[in-house]
Design a protein around this ligand. Structure first.
Ligand SMILES: Cc1cc2nc3c(=O)[nH]c(=O)nc-3n(C[C@H](O)[C@H](O)[C@H](O)COP(=O)(O)O)c2cc1C
Length: 186
């Protein structure tokens, strides 16, 4: 963990799509992070499907890596779409892998959640399902401000840059609060 007034955050996107609005939101968060906050992005694409038989042989390398990075970060920022009103399977799968004993890394970890979706609800249902998982895992989820990005297809340019100023402002406010939250929990 880092010292003083700085926080190192690990960012995870819940979509593997090359043109993902959520991955683009995570990149926007990197750009909008306040002074003293860094966001390193972890790609969950290499994480295999959960299989308890495999875990009995030891965590696969990408899972070990994810667990170590969550452990050493001052907080975790998840940016996810909703799939069928819930958490995308790839993200739930990564959380399930990382959560297995010993020393599950979400315990006591500050977590911020944002999300973008094509619909008018802006991923809210996935976000609330994620919160439920993190209650069980005893993570320290920041309650608010929330960031829901509805109709994401209208808020990014062709290069995946977030162009909608109100959304940029919501993200900045979330990150400022998350920095304070992570520092409080250190
Ligand atoms: C399997 C699947 C289920 C989806 N379910 C929802 C949904 O419940 N609500 C919603 O607003 N959008 C839903 N969508 C549309 C996504 O919001 C949209 O594809 C979005 O761009 C995905 O995020 P991404 O751009 O980060 O990949 C769904 C998309 C997929 C592929």
């Amino acid at each position: 963990m880092s010292d003083g007034g700085t926080v190192r955050i690990l960012g995870v996107a819940g979509s593997l799509r090359r043109g993902s609005f959520n991955a683009a939101t995570l990149r926007a968060a990197q750009e909008l992070a306040p002074a003293g906050m860094t966001i390193e992005i972890f790609d969950i694409a290499p994480i295999p499907l959960y299989n308890e038989d495999v875990r009995q042989q030891g965590f696969p390398a990408p899972v070990e890596d994810l667990r170590a990075r969550i452990k050493s970060a001052d907080g975790l920022l998840i940016v996810t779409p909703e799939y069928n009103y819930s958490i995308p399977g790839v993200l739930k799968n990564a959380i399930d892998w990382a959560s297995r004993p010993p020393e599950q890394p979400f315990d006591g970890k500050p977590i911020g959640i944002m999300g973008a979706s094509a619909g008018v609800m802006g991923s809210v249902r996935a976000q609330y399902h994620l919160r439920q998982c993190f209650v069980f895992l005893n993570a320290l989820i920041m309650n608010r401000p929330e960031v829901m990005i509805p109709q994401a297809q209208n808020k990014f340019d062709a290069d995946g840059k977030l162009t909608d100023q109100p959304t940029r402002d919501f993200i900045s406010a979330h990150l400022a609060a998350f920095k304070a939250w992570a520092l409080r929990m250190k």
